[in-house]
Write a protein that binds this ligand. Structure first.
Ligand SMILES: [Ca+2]
Ligand SMILES: [Ca+2]
Ligand SMILES: [Ca+2]
Length: 170
């Protein structure tokens, strides 16, 4: 998958209602939806961290500050630098919400709940888990997870690309 295809795919996931823009409301619903699905209370400190991290990502994506992110804005913004500065903390915060025993790893059940919370079907979560669990020990490591998403965003290549590709039905 090339980079533009990977970016289009991620944009289409974030544009939940498919109207061609990621609204602020759509984007900030992600940590709320994840928190609710993962059984985290609204006043859980990890939920506050997730909210703050997502606020930062949205502010960083929305170049003209109109509370709407177009694909043009997204495409110009997305990449390794944006990932390291603002995406990584946001994605890490969602990982931490799912890591119920706080051991820095997600087992299959934790991972599946996170993916479902973010709108992905369970059967696909299963194949993505297998792709990410490179040593087959039944756990996905936090750094490995974030590194895989980074390589998908920056060059479209990672075990996750295959799973995401299948998910897009393309
Ligand atoms: Ca939208
Ligand atoms: Ca905008
Ligand atoms: Ca865990």
């Amino acid at each position: 998958m090339d980079t533009i295809t990977a970016k289009r795919h991620i944009f289409s996931i974030l544009d939940v209602d498919g109207d061609g823009v990621i609204s602020r409301q759509e984007y900030l619903a992600r940590p709320e939806r994840a928190a609710a699905a993962l059984g985290r209370a609204g006043d859980d400190p990890l939920v506050s961290l997730a909210r703050t991290a997502h606020e930062r990502v949205f502010a960083s994506m929305d170049a003209n500050l109109d509370s709407r992110v177009t694909f043009t804005e997204y495409e110009a913004w997305a990449g390794g630098e944006a990932f390291d500065e603002v995406c990584r903390p946001a994605l890490g915060s969602l990982f931490d919400l799912a890591d119920t025993d706080s051991d820095g790893h997600l087992d299959r059940a934790e991972f599946t709940r996170l993916r479902q919370a973010l709108g992905n079907p369970a059967d696909n979560a299963c194949s993505t888990f297998d792709a990410l669990d490179e040593d087959g020990d039944g756990r996905v490591d936090r750094d490995a997870y974030l590194a895989q998403i980074r390589s998908f965003v920056t060059d479209g290549s990672s075990p996750m690309a295959l799973a995401l590709h299948a998910e897009a039905g393309s």
